[in-house]
Design a protein around this ligand. Structure first.
Ligand SMILES: [Zn+2]
Length: 199
């Protein structure tokens, strides 16, 4: 019961420290300004990356911050995007990759499709990013390049959702691509013009 007891105390303490905000959010509902699409990695905490408070961020996390194309039929992802864009009308969507990403590392590993069929299928949504990587890149430089290319790829996938495309056309939505370096706390953003990441 230690897990539950710790969680119960933490939930209460968090509520007490922000009770007026939490009370207002409970009364008025949520109106987050960002949909954050990040990796499930335990070291990438959206509220810390964004410096956000309760009510600020709608979150979707999965292995390697993937947005399958709209026609892939991955409803768990599509439902979050539609809820955020159509109902909550978030003005910003962030796709945030990170260095030392296990999902990206797994692209170079030999996966057993019988033992881990879901990971094997999931990585197919990242694999096209490898086409952008110069063959002479190795080690850390290659990993960073794949993480960045993956963010750019998932941003392109995001635009295939009709609700996203419409919100972009109407000028009420901005897409952002970021890479978080969890070893230094640095945050890099994708320059829309060049596709390069700058701090
Ligand atoms: Zn990751």
């Amino acid at each position: 019961m230690a897990l539950y007891e710790n969680a119960r105390r933490a939930a209460q303490a968090a509520f007490v420290s922000e009770w007026s905000l939490m009370e207002r959010l409970a009364r008025e509902g949520q109106s987050p300004s960002v949909l954050f699409i990040g990796c499930s990695d335990s070291r990438v905490m959206p509220s810390r990356v964004l410096g956000a408070r309760p009510g600020d961020v709608f979150v979707m996390r999965n292995v390697a911050n993937v947005v399958p194309p709209a026609d892939a039929g991955e409803s768990a992802v599509g439902a979050v995007i539609e809820y955020a864009v159509v109902h909550l009308k978030v003005p910003h969507i962030v796709v945030c990759g990170h260095l030392d990403c296990g999902g990206v590392h797994a692209l170079d590993a030999s996966l057993d499709p019988h033992r881990e069929p879901h990971i094997t299928r999931w990585l197919a949504y990242i694999r096209p990013a490898l086409q952008e990587i110069p063959p002479d890149l190795t080690g850390e430089a290659r990993h960073r390049a794949v993480v960045e290319a993956n963010v750019r790829l998932q941003l392109r996938h995001l635009r295939t959702y009709p609700c996203v495309a419409q919100a972009l056309r109407e000028g009420r939505l901005t897409l952002h691509g970021w890479v978080y370096d969890l070893g230094t706390g640095s945050l890099w953003r994708c320059d829309e013009e060049t596709g390069h990441f700058v701090e």
